[in-house]
Design a protein around this ligand. Structure first.
Ligand code: LLP
Length: 423
């Protein structure tokens, strides 16, 4: 039932620990709600992926959007990752983390002129281009700045990734990328322009993809294009296969990297091209939890009603259940008698019926208890908002037997700062 009790999240003497730190010790210092991350778990995930894709010499560009805390970016930078960014803001973050701009790929359908200029001035590794109009804009900005932009066309391979519709990106009804049929003309444009260089070809078909099959289908479609480009005399340096490798929230089996890598090698069939992947969720989701305190219990008079445990964390802190019907494991931080368990909906204080973290969970809960919401290392804090004027929670990084606050709790002063008149 509990999702990611990896070695980094374990009970010792009935108290949940993150590596060698007891959660109540963190809460005593920083309060709740709080996101807690395990450096060891992030590093283990990275090594697992790195080792798995070593057979085809894959380069990892961490998808910053999954968790963009500077301390987290520094961990992946130290491990040798490049970065996949989608905004000037993310670019500023990776630069602040000490990244080499040459290992940055810039994805996204709506790159502004200002963001393109920043990326050009920093000489980023590659723009993953999503439309003819964007390509024209990049060419123009590069001309104005006297630069040559390295570009890859992001192709939409029209493959069903069999994931939630909101996180599918590679179907023809999705806004991302260009159809394969149009890509050749865009490469001709690149070849004819002095301020563009054809560096690669890219795709990303979706997120939380649990089997290699759709990714391999996409790869096969892309390789056909690579061959056609080669016939036209265009040699690319790299092929970017995007991210999407699943994390384990519930009972999903782990993504089968052995099978994936074997099939990538087979599909490549001795073609010499650098493969890039852009994982986000796989690296960080299972390395984080959201810890919250139960404020009130609302047990209901009959079975027709739901019992509610009202926590101090809400949909503004973790929107995934409300937005994608996502399932996150929930557990007591201090174990209680399982015989007293009943079914609870875990809900927050926000004035919305969609404000729930979990539904219908068999737990023994008392007011004041701490609960851990698992798999909150990806797309949790980064999607948090100030809705209901709630300050966003702090983030804590556990490193072995010590922990540090890597982002402090947001205060009312922080939230009012941009609205108060300048002094
Ligand atoms: N590359 C590109 C171009 C992307 O758009 C994404 C994610 C990734 C890489 C990383 O995908 P990952 O490896 O993390 O699956 N907020 C949603 C997920 C949105 C993903 C958007 N794009 C959620 O909470 O499930």
């Amino acid at each position: 039932m509990n999702s990611d009790l990896s070695p980094s999240f374990q009970f010792r003497n009935d108290i949940l620990h993150v590596d060698d730190v007891a959660i109540p010790d963190i809460v005593a210092t920083v309060g709740t709600p709080v996101y807690v991350y395990s450096r060891q778990k992030f590093e283990r995930q990275y090594h697992l992926l790195e080792t798995s894709i070593a057979v085809f010499g894959g380069q990892i560009c961490y998808a910053v959007k999954a968790n963009s805390n500077l301390a987290v970016l520094k961990i992946f930078n130290a491990l040798g990752a490049g970065f996949d960014i989608v905004s000037g803001g993310e670019l500023q973050r990776v630069m602040a983390a000490g990244a080499d701009a040459g290992r940055v790929v810039f994805s996204g359908v709506g790159k502004s002129a200002a963001d393109i200029d920043l990326a050009l001035k920093l000489d980023i590794g590659c723009f993953n281009v999503e439309s003819a109009a964007e390509l024209a804009r990049i060419a123009e900005r590069a001309r104005l700045l006297g630069k040559v932009a390295a570009v890859a066309i992001r192709v939409n391979p029209d493959v069903d990734p069999k994931t939630h519709p909101y996180i599918s990106t590679g179907l023809k009804e999705n806004k991302f990328g260009v159809p394969a049929a149009q890509a050749l003309a865009l490469y001709d444009f690149i070849q004819s322009n002095d301020h563009l260089r054809a560096a690669g070809l890219a795709c990303h078909i979706g997120s939380q993809i649990t089997t290699p099959q759709p990714m391999i289908e996409a790869l096969e479609n892309l390789l056909k294009l690579i061959d056609q480009l080669q016939d036209n005399g265009i040699e690319l340096d790299h092929l970017d296969l995007g991210g999407g490798f699943s994390a384990t929230y519930d009972t999903e089996p782990p993504f089968d990297f052995a099978d994936y890598s074997e099939r990538v090698v087979a599909a490549l069939d001795n073609r010499k091209i650098q493969i890039v992947v852009e994982p986000g969720r796989f690296l960080v989701a299972n390395g984080g939890i959201l810890v919250t305190t139960v404020e009130y219990l609302k047990p209901q008079p009959s079975d027709e009603h739901h019992n509610f445990a009202v926590t101090d964390a809400a949909m503004n802190d973790l929107i995934r259940p409300a937005l994608y019907q996502a399932w996150h494991g929930v557990d007591n931080v201090a174990r209680r008698d399982p015989n007293a368990a009943r079914r609870w909906d875990i809900v927050g204080p926000v004035c919305e019926s969609a404000d729930f973290l979990a539904k219908d969970r068999l737990l023994t809960i008392e007011p004041g208890d701490l609960l851990a919401v698992y798999s909150a290392g990806a797309y949790a804090m980064v999607q948090a908002s100030n809705y209901n004027s709630r300050g966003r929670p702090p983030e804590v990084l556990v490193e072995g037997d010590s922990f540090s606050v890597i982002r402090r709790r947001e205060t009312s002063t922080d939230m009012l700062r941009l609205e108060l008149p300048e002094r």
